[in-house]
Every structure is written in C-alpha cells, then in structure tokens.
Design a protein. Sequence first.
Lengths: 230, 173
Amino acid sequence: MCEFSKKLIALIDGELLECESAQLERHLRACAECRNQFARYKRASAAFDAYCEATFAAETRRKSSRWLPAAVAVGAAAAVIAALLIFTHKRAVQLPPQMSPPAEAAHVAAQPAEPAVIATNPAAAAHPIGSAIHRASRRHVGATVLCVRNVERETLSAALVQFSRVRNPTPFPPQPPIEIAIPADAMFPPGAVPPGMSFTAELTIAADGSPEHLGLRPRLAGFERSKNQP
Amino acid sequence: MALPLARLATDTSEATILYHELHKPLLRYLVCLGLTAYDAQDVVQDAFVSLHRHLAAGGSQENIRSWLFRVTHNAARNRQNSYQRRFSAPLDAEVEASVIDGATPEQAVLEKERFCQLHNAVRLLTPTERECLLLRAGGLRYREIGEVLGMATSTVGDTVERAIKKLAEKCNV
C-alpha cells in the first residue's frame, strides 16, 4: 500500500497543510492506485452526506404530516358547523311573519323531539323567529335544530324566554352543548389515532350567530378529569 | 470556520446570521443521531437560549460553533430513550420514500438497495465513528469535532479515516 494513502481523506477534508496538499496532489497524478482510492473515499463521503440529508428530510416530512390529519379534521368540522350556522341564521332572519301559519304549531307538537314550551305555544309559532325554528326543525331534524338551539343563547334568547313565560314561569333552560360525533376512521388513516382517542370540538358562537372560535381537544379514554378533580 | 462573533452579544443581526447558518446543520445532526424533529427543535432552541445567556454573562466568544454543537450533543445524549434509535432499526420506510422520490422505477430500486446497504454499513460503525462523520457532514473541522467530543484532533482524523474506509468497503462504492 502506498504511504500517501493514509492522508487521502484528510486531503478531501482540507485538513492538510498547503505544502502537504501540493505534494499529495502531485503524487495523485502519478499513482493510479491512490487516485482510485481517493475517488472511492469521495464517493463514500458523498453517499454518507446524502444519507444524512435523506434521513433529515424524512423526519421533517414525518413531522409535518403528523398533524396534517388533525388540521384537516379541524378545518372540515369548522366548515360544516359554519355552513350550518349561516344557513339557519339566514332562515331565521329572512322568513317574514306571514309565511308562518299558526297551523304549524300543531304539526310541531306532534314531534316529541321538540321542546314542549315552543311546540304548544301558538304565540311562538306566530313569531318570525319561532316559526323559523319550526320550519328548520321540521325540514332538517338533527343538526340544524341543534344549531338553532345553540344560537338562542345570544340572538334568540329574548324572544324565546318571552314565549316560554306564557306557559312556563321559569326562563328558557340552558341548552346542552352541541356534540358532533365524527368517526376517527373517516378522517384519519388506519392506525393514525390510538385506540380510545377521541376529539372534542369546542365552539363559541358570537352574538350575531357566526362562529367565533373553534378548538379541537384530544381526549384519551381512561384519562378524563373527574368531577371532583380541581 | 471563523464566524464574525465579536459583536454577537450586542448586535442581534450577528446572532441572526449565526442562527441561520447553524440551525439546519444542528437539526440535521440531532435527527441523524436519532432524535425526533420535535425533540431536535427543542434542543436547538434551548442551545441558542443558552448561547444568549452564555454571551450575556460575558462568556468566551471563541469557537462558538463547536460550543453550540457540544451543547446540542450533550442534550441529545441526555435523551437516552431516543438517542441513536435511528441506527438500532432497519432503514426507515420514510427515508426510503424520500430517497426514491421522483425516481423512475429502475432508479428507485437501485437507490433503495444502495441506501439499505449504506444504512447497514452505518449501523456497523462505532458510536464515536458515527458522531465524527455526522459532525464532519455538518461542516465541522477536525479540531472542532475534537472539541465537541472531547478528543484530540489527531484522534478525530484517525477515526474519520477508519469510518470512511469502512463505509467504502461495506458499500462497495
């Protein structure tokens, strides 16, 4: 083996003194074996650098893709809730009083899911907002009704409380929060969500009925905070 | 490499230059050691906070580059659960994907095979050899690598030479 071969990698790394480098470069022009070794070490060095870069790129990609499904889920949930709220809000505002016949009260009374205070109150049915609730609940039983109920806390509270007092002296009772169940398998790739993991969307609604804030909170079964826990 | 560090403690633009220059090499070093990208970000951020404190307290401005690598290296070692996990497992599917990304099917097969071979060769290196090569890939000189790992410069030269020769032999490049 050539005596210069031990300095080849130091030459690649620029760790030799100028005089040593010049001497080795002269030697490389003359020695084919050292030239081959030099090229080989350069290739190995470049391959290792590429390996590091690929490892780093893969980890960076993994990092950005890890929260992508959750971000998509938040976006989708926000879009659905916003669309429902805007739809029901517009209906409540646009319906004129004459388009809500009192006969609707009887129809709604037949639906057990409706709050009794609205369903049996003709005054509520004759009111534009009350009739909008009836229409929405009759045609879009389910999510739409939930949205209307949530909106009442701000926009519709005065009207509904007034209606409720006709038959019921207590104010309109506070409504439970909206709960939208989205199966994890519909949004995340298989295995991305650990078993027992679920997400709770928290929505704040502004006084004008538009969504003000939406957050997504992960929840793991068995780790819920107990009621007594501070 | 000499960095313009004289005004680092007072001139924020110098610190910004240093951050831009070393942020990615530090992250890459930590990720290649086996830390996740999140852990690596934490460690690098902590290292720059420590640097700020070090300089604000009137610490030495010599060899800041190797100082930062040494701080991040020690922090990575303290995270024993993730340290060097990268080399204890077969080639990651994500790494494979990034290697063959954009290649034709024939190129993809060849590249994948070459990288599997390289990964296995890297796994056979000793931890010190790997660390020397990773720091060298981060642009550090032998003297700086020695400062990070607490080794003599000549020992670093021998270690790097041995590691490169092993890789060339195992990968048949």
